[in-house]
Design a protein around this ligand. Structure first.
Ligand SMILES: [Zn+2]
Ligand SMILES: [Zn+2]
Length: 260
C-alpha cells in the first residue's frame, strides 16, 4: 500500500487534505494552524518533511489560515492561481515560494499529476483538483454552490472522491442565521447541501470508485449521523456494499484510504 489520502479535518474552522505516498506528499489547503497541521499529520505516523508542495483551492480563511507559516517552515512552494495569490499576499497568508498555475491546466509535482478546474463558489478564483498517480485518481471539491457540468465531468470516475456535503436544507432554513448568510450558503456560489452531494453520486460514482469522503459539514446546520445515514441509503441504492463512505469531522484526521 503506497498511494493514500487522508483528510486532516474539514469544516468552517479549517480544511486540509494530505495526498501521500512513501516518499512524497501534497497538502491541499492549510486551514489549520501550523501546530495543528503538524499534530494531525503526525497523528497517523506520517513525516511532514515528505510534503513537497501546498496547493490552495481558494482564499477563504478556513483553507489558508496556516498557509504562510506552514509552507515557510517546511520550505515548500505554494501552488496558487494568480488572482488568489494577489489576495493572499495582501492578507499576509502567502509563503515565500510560490508557483502560479492557471485554472483549467494540468501540471506535475513529483510523481503526482494535478489538474485544477474552476468551481462555482464565492471566492476570487476557486478551484477543485484531480490528483493522479499511476492509474489512480482522486477528485477533490470542498466548497462549491452547485455541481455544474465541468465539475461533474472532472469528478466522475475517480478512485476516491472528496466532496462537500455542507448542510441539511431544512436545518439551514430553520437556523437562526441571518437571511444574508442563508442566501449565500444556499446560493449557486455557496455550498453543496447533503441532497446535492448524495444525488450527484449516482452519476459521479463508477465501477472504479472505491471511496467517498463527505466533507465540510456545517457545525450548526448538519449532523454526522444524518450524513452517514444518507450515505448508507445511497450505498444500498447503488448496490455497492463495497463503496466506502467516510464522513469527515472538523476535529480530527480521517482514516487513510489507500488507492494502491
Ligand atoms: Zn470557501
Ligand atoms: Zn471552506
Amino acid at each position: 500500500m503506497d498511494f493514500g489520502i487522508t483528510v486532516l479535518g474539514s469544516g468552517s474552522r479549517g480544511n486540509a487534505i494530505l495526498v501521500h505516498n512513501n516518499e512524497n506528499a501534497l497538502l491541499v489547503d492549510a486551514g489549520f494552524s501550523r501546530k495543528e497541521l503538524l499534530a494531525r499529520i503526525s497523528s497517523f505516523g506520517y513525516d511532514p518533511r515528505k510534503i513537497r508542495a501546498l496547493l490552495i483551492s481558494h482564499e477563504h480563511g478556513d483553507h489558508v489560515n496556516g498557509a504562510r507559516i506552514f509552507s515557510d517552515e517546511l520550505g515548500i512552494p505554494t501552488y496558487v492561481t494568480y488572482d488568489t495569490a494577489v489576495f493572499l499576499e495582501k492578507a499576509g497568508k502567502l509563503g515565500r515560494k510560490k508557483v502560479l498555475f492557471e485554472t483549467g491546466t494540468a501540471f506535475d509535482i513529483c510523481e503526482f499529476q494535478v489538474r485544477a478546474f474552476a468551481v462555482p463558489h464565492d471566492a476570487t478564483d476557486p478551484v477543485g483538483f484531480v490528483i493522479s498517480s499511476g492509474n489512480a485518481r482522486i477528485g477533490i471539491a470542498t466548497d462549491l454552490g452547485h455541481l455544474n457540468s465541468l465539475c461533474m465531468q472532472r469528478l466522475k470516475d475517480c478512485d476516491a472522491l472528496v466532496l462537500e456535503s455542507n448542510h441539511d436544507i431544512e436545518m439551514q432554513n430553520r437556523s437562526d442565521r441571518s437571511q444574508h448568510l442563508k442566501r449565500r450558503v444556499l446560493g449557486k456560489h455557496g455550498h453543496l447541501s447533503n441532497d446535492d452531494a448524495i444525488n450527484a453520486l449516482g452519476e459521479l460514482v463508477t465501477a472504479r470508485t472505491k471511496c467517498v469522503f463527505l466533507v465540510h459539514l456545517s457545525s450548526d446546520c448538519n449532523e454526522c449521523g444524518l450524513v452517514s445515514s444518507l450515505a448508507g441509503r445511497k450505498q444500498e441504492e447503488l448496490g455497492r456494499a463495497d463503496l466506502k463512505f467516510v464522513v469527515v469531522s472538523q476535529d480530527k484526521a480521517s482514516q487513510t484510504f489507500w488507492l494502491s
